[in-house]
Design a protein around this ligand. Structure first.
Ligand code: MG
Length: 223
């Protein structure tokens, strides 16, 4: 693993990097569906969600895009939005702190980086639900800037969202280390915009350079 010199700020992806749905996407979907008299198995929903997520195209992190994922998760036939009477409730439920878990390595890492005088940022493909969610999770106070795709009009891996964050930080892009779980969106995207990048892979799915299995290993990489 390389170490990184001259880093003055660390930016983080959110979903899969700082937080994850809890107990799982399928459990949350099933709970909302049950309130509407629809019985669904959480494990099957997780499976269907993974299929829908991996098959998505032109996904732009909008409400409309999410409605298509939800429809496909509940039914491979992808019914129209009008046929998903609880979509709005499901969508809103993910702005609540109770359906998310902060990974155990996050808060100690953020504290350690702040203690070293580094600026912290968020660069996330998300929507209007993220700012209130970060506040509810008591995460917002750690970050100097929060850059969200729905506010910028471009999502990762577009260089535009990275450039926007770097500009707000007031630093050269080479002084910013981006950390995320997506190889294309976070790592390739950040590097194309001139940032440094490290992937976090807690499941140890792949062995690559510039990858950590826990955020606990991050601070030591910044020299
Ligand atoms: Mg992610």
């Amino acid at each position: 693993m390389n170490s990184f010199e001259g880093i003055q700020a660390v930016s983080f992806d959110v979903g899969g990097t700082l937080i994850e749905p809890w107990p799982s996407v399928g459990h949350v979907y099933a709970a909302v569906a049950a309130q509407h008299g629809v019985s669904a198995d959480p494990d099957r929903l997780n499976h269907q969600f993974a299929l829908a997520w991996n098959a998505k195209s032109a996904f732009d992190y909008s409400r409309r895009s999410w409605s298509q994922i939800v429809s496909r998760t509940f039914d491979a036939g992808a019914p129209a939005l009008e046929e998903m009477p609880f979509f709005d409730e499901l969508y809103e439920s993910f702005s609540g702190a109770d359906v998310w878990r902060i990974h155990e390595d996050v808060l100690p890492t953020l504290e350690a980086l702040l203690d070293r005088g580094l600026k912290l940022a968020i660069i996330s493909n998300w929507d209007e639900r993220l700012r209130p969610l970060l506040t509810r999770l008591k995460l917002d106070g750690y970050f100097d800037i929060i850059t969200i795709s729905s506010e910028i009009g471009f999502h990762k891996p577009s260089p535009v969202i990275f450039e926007e964050a770097v500009k707000k930080l007031g630093l050269p892009s080479s002084a910013v280390l981006h950390v995320g779980d997506s190889l294309e969106e976070d790592i390739h995207g950040a590097r194309r915009a001139g940032l440094k990048a490290v992937r976090v892979d807690r499941q140890r799915r792949q062995t690559q350079t510039d990858q950590v299995n826990s955020l606990h290993d991050l601070s030591a990489l910044i020299t």
